[in-house]
Design a protein around this ligand. Sequence first.
Ligand code: ADP
Ligand code: ADP
Length: 234
Amino acid sequence: RIMIALDNVSKIYGSGQHAITALKDVNLHVPQGDIHGVIGLSGAGKSTLIRCVNLLERPTTGHVSVDDQELTALDRATLNRARHGIGMIFQHFNLLTSRTVFDNVALPLELMRMDKNTIRERVQPLLDLTGLADKADSYPAELSGGQKQRVAIARALASRPKVLLCDEATSALDPQTTSSILGLLEDINRRLGLTILLITHEMEVVKSICHRVSLISDGELVEEAEVGDFFTSP
Ligand code: ADP
Ligand code: ADP
């Protein structure tokens, strides 16, 4: 079963002589439960591609489906509901500095108008899962980079998504912290059956947790393979 489908997706920024083609006719199908990596140089189109999956960027042409729902065909209200099924984490964590760890993780649930007790029942297990149980009342400024990314992961999981998008999630972290965050992502993939799509410019990230990998170059997916085959091919 395919969880993420990009069909003939192109993205052009701007128009006329300033137009920049960031994605050219991209086709990508990620089966449920896979960890799929997209690797490429800076400017290749990785950010644009991953932001097209939840329509943070709207493709200029083409179709995007997640969990068999075609997002590119939805009105705004339905799209907002569909986005609860798609979590996302970022290179710079994007936490709210004025909120505690608990309140950062609770935020998406508050926006869904969930009541306080249900929120508490949901947030506590996520803090346990991400190893933050003793940090619930801390503020982001009091945390290390790895801990901040754990908060962002817990927040991304709060709405119980089936898909997690990771936008250079370990690029701001040192190697040791990187492996612990990758370990957590692998754990989440195994225990929750979450489908993960990640973009990175680092081979090591792909080697360590991805099942399949696509190579993007100048906005085009130029190769797709099992990770083992990708790295042994001549
Ligand atoms: P990557 O994530 O691989 O570094 P991006 O998707 O950020 O690649 O960028 C792909 C191309 O699209 C680059 O040429 C970049 O300058 C351009 N681009 C990205 N975002 C925008 C934007 N909002 N407006 C105009 N051009 C953009
Ligand atoms: P990253 O690759 O880490 O996402 P970028 O520097 O490529 O960082 O992009 C940061 C932000 O700036 C993104 O929101 C992207 O869409 C936007 N951006 C990137 N390139 C351009 C550009 N040439 N013109 C306008 N916005 C851009």
